[in-house]
Structures are given as structure tokens and as C-alpha cells.
Design a protein around this ligand. Structure first.
Ligand SMILES: [Zn+2]
Length: 73
């Protein structure tokens, strides 16, 4: 199976390669920290804010965008 976001082989759950899986994990682990500051922050809104941050890495941005799209569909 291929990664949902690139040509690499998907290795873990959710259909991402090792790089995008790592990015997904960092998104998940960053969420509780944001929730401490913004109590009502929904997962999707969190993703949108992460995408908008200039310091967000490309891998994380790609995963966040894919997750947001997945919610809209
Ligand atoms: Zn990938």
C-alpha cells in the first residue's frame, strides 16, 4: 500500500509512510497542549491553525491538510 500523500510505501495505520506517520503523531501529541490554552478548540480548527503557522513543517502541513479534507468529505 502506498502513502496517501506521497509515493512512499505506507507502513503504519492510517495509510501514511514513516514520515507522514511521524508528522501525524506530532499533530496528535500537540493537540492537548493547545487544548490547555484554547479549551474549546476542535480538532479541525486546531489543524487549520497548525497549517497557518509559518513554522509548521511541510510533512505536518500535508497531513493536517489531508485530515481537514477528510473531515469535509
Ligand atoms: Zn508519505
Amino acid at each position: 500500500m502506498k502513502c496517501q500523500l506521497c509515493h512512499r510505501k505506507a507502513e503504519l495505520e492510517r495509510g501514511y509512510c514513516q514520515y507522514h506517520s511521524k508528522a501525524y503523531s506530532s499533530l496528535v501529541s500537540g493537540y492537548p497542549k493547545w487544548k490547555r490554552t484554547y479549551e474549546d478548540l476542535a480538532w479541525e480548527e486546531y489543524l487549520r491553525r497548525v497549517i497557518a503557522l509559518p513554522e509548521t513543517g511541510i510533512w505536518v502541513k500535508e497531513v493536517a491538510e489531508a485530515e481537514v479534507k477528510g473531515m469535509i468529505e
